[in-house]
Design a protein around this ligand. Structure first.
Ligand code: PGA
Length: 264
C-alpha cells in the first residue's frame, strides 16, 4: 500500500524569531518540489505565530512539540489543543522521549529529571486530546540504550504503543503517525541501522494490526527518528515500513533538511 511520506522537523528548544523565520524560509523551495510529501515544522510555542506567516502560502504545515490534555483552566504554563489550532497548528508531537524524561546521554541529576515526567498514561491523555481536537498526532515511542542492551526493545515499544493506543479508534488512524525513536540514537549521531529500524517499524505496524486490524496497520504512517541526516536518510527511506522521519538537529540547517525532504 502506498502511504504518503511525512517529514517532520522537531526544532526542540532552539531558534529565535528571526532565526526560525530564516530556517523556515530556507526549506520552502525543497518542500514545494514534493507535493507527494507532508512537510511539517514543529517550532517552540513562541515561534508558532511567526512561522505560520512564513509558511502561509506554501505546502509546509505547522506542528507543536507538546500539549496539555485539558481544554482550559488553572494549569499555569500549559498550552491547550485549541490554543495550538488557534496558531495554525495541524500536527502535534506527543510523548517525545525528552518529555517522558527518557534521555540518551542525560547530564541531569535525578531531582531535575523529574521535571520531564510524561508517563505512558499522560501520553495517552495527550494523544486523546490531540485527536479529539482534530490535529494529527506524531506519537513517539522508543527504547533506551539500557533497555536495548537487556534485549527489551520489542517489549518496551509494544507496551508504550499499547497504552497510548488504548482509546484510539481505527477511524482515527489517518490522523496518527508513529515515530520510532530509539533514545540512544537521539542527538548522538549514532543512527539506528536501516535494517534494525525496519525490523522495529515492522513490529510496530504488526502491533497496530493486532490492536486495530489490517486496514489500520496498512494505513498508519511510521517514521524513524534519531540522528537522521542528509547522509543517512536514503537507506532509512528505502525501508518498506518507514514512511518518513522525525528530524531534530538536522532540521535546524535549511540545506540539510531540504536534502532530507527531497530524498523522502
Ligand atoms: P535528532 O532528534 O535528529 O537530533 O537525533 C530527533 C528527535 O528527538 O526527534
Amino acid at each position: 500500500m502506498q502511504r504518503r511520506s511525512l517529514v517532520a522537523a522537531n526544532w526542540k528548544m532552539n531558534l529565535t524569531v528571526p532565526e526560525g523565520g530564516s530556517v523556515a524560509q530556507g526549506i520552502l523551495g525543497a518542500a514545494s518540489k514534493r507535493a507527494d510529501t507532508d512537510v511539517v515544522l514543529c517550532p517552540s510555542f513562541t515561534l508558532l505565530h511567526h512561522i505560520r506567516e512564513v509558511v502561509a502560502k506554501s505546502n509546509v504545515k505547522l506542528g507543536a512539540q507538546d500539549v496539555f490534555w485539558l481544554a482550559k483552566g488553572a494549569f499555569t504554563g500549559e498550552v491547550s489543543v485549541e490554543m495550538l489550532r488557534d496558531h495554525g497548528c495541524e500536527y502535534c508531537i506527543v510523548g517525545h522521549s525528552e518529555r517522558r524524561g527518557r534521555f540518551g546521554a542525560s547530564e541531569l541529576p535525578n531531582e531535575l529529571l523529574a521535571y520531564f515526567s510524561d508517563s505512558d498514561v499522560v501520553v495517552e491523555r495527550k494523544l486523546r486530546a490531540v485527536l479529539d481536537g482534530g490535529l494529527t498526532a506524531i506519537l513517539c515511542i522508543g527504547e533506551t540504550a539500557r533497555e536495548r542492551n537487556e534485549g527489551r526493545t520489542d517489549e518496551v515499544v509494544a507496551s508504550q504503543l499499547k497504552i497510548a493506543l488504548s482509546s484510539v479508534d481505527e477511524s482515527e488512524i489517518p490522523c496518527l503517525a508513529i515515530a520510532y525513536e530509539p533514545i540512544w540514537a537521539i542527538g548522538t549521531g549514532n543512527v539506528c541501522e536501516p535494517d534494525e529500524a525496519q525490523r522495529v517499524c515492522e513490529l510496530i505496524r504488526s502491533e497496530v494490526g493486532a490492536h486495530m486490524g489490517s486496514d489500520a496497520a496498512n494505513t498508519i504512517r511510521i517514521l524513524y527518528g534519531g540522528s537522521v541526516a542528509a547522509s543517512n536518510c536514503a537507506g532509512l527511506f528505502k525501508q518498506r515500513d518507514i514512511d518518513g522521519a522525525l528530524v531534530g538537529g538536522a532540521s535546524l540547517k535549511p540545506d540539510e533538511f531540504s536534502r532530507i525532504i527531497l530524498s523522502a
